[in-house]
Ligand binder design. Structure first.
Ligand code: SF4
Length: 207
């Protein structure tokens, strides 16, 4: 995968660690492009943790309502900003334990923030693409992203953990797509147990 995507950049737009946390929090089950449409106005109105901490979640919700789960995400963004201000001196925390205390921030979000903000690799961010590809390649048959992450951590050498998320996201968008994966042109076709299956999901019948 590293040869296929030697240099991958996040598609999310952010200028600092605070914006990064909020962007990743908003990106759950939503495309990065959709997040990028709402964050310029969000960060224009609430440019830092103190201002967002004081915001009315309903007003924040109005700004981000074009993305999925906007109401819960608005509440989590405001609550996370409040915790960053109250408990972490206004700084985005730099440990998995502290980051996952922020409302709406699970291991996936925390892994991305640690990696991008602090260059710390403490796990693998398993999003929908990483989860799907892991199952198709039979790297994991775990039923949840959290359990899938543990399988990947056991399987892959640590030096590969950092780039997995963004490399596999690109691979999942370009080739191993959720529907009708492009197995015919896939460089992993010879190795992939799901090659040629219509859905590519383990446990499903070929059609
Ligand atoms: S062969 Fe098909 S299912 Fe397997 S990794 Fe490639 S695109 Fe995905």
């Amino acid at each position: 995968m590293g040869e296929l995507y030697p240099q991958v950049e996040s598609a999310l737009w952010f200028d600092n660690f605070f914006e990064l946390v909020i962007c990743v929090l908003l990106s759950a089950q939503t495309t990065d492009a959709a997040v990028n449409k709402v964050t310029p106005e969000l960060f224009r109105r609430w440019p830092d943790a103190p201002s967002l901490a004081a915001a009315d979640p309903d007003e924040v919700g109005e700004v981000i309502r074009s993305i999925g789960f906007w109401r819960a995400k608005a509440a989590h963004a405001v609550e996370s900003a409040q915790m960053i201000v109250a408990d972490f001196g206004g700084e985005v925390p730099a440990t998995m334990e502290e980051l996952t205390k922020l409302p709406g921030v699970g291991r996936k979000t925390a892994n991305i923030v640690l990696n991008k903000a602090y260059n710390i690799v403490d796990g693998i961010a398993v999003d929908t693409h990483v989860f799907r590809i892991s199952r198709r390649l039979r790297f994991s048959d775990a039923p949840t992203p959290l359990a899938c992450e543990q399988d990947l951590l056991a399987l892959l050498p640590k030096e590969l953990w950092g780039p997995v998320n963004e490399q596999w996201i690109h691979f999942g968008r370009d080739i191993c797509t959720a529907r009708a994966p492009k197995c015919g042109g896939c460089p992993l076709a010879d190795l992939c147990p799901s090659c040629g299956s219509a859905e590519g999901n383990p446990g499903r019948r070929r059609r």
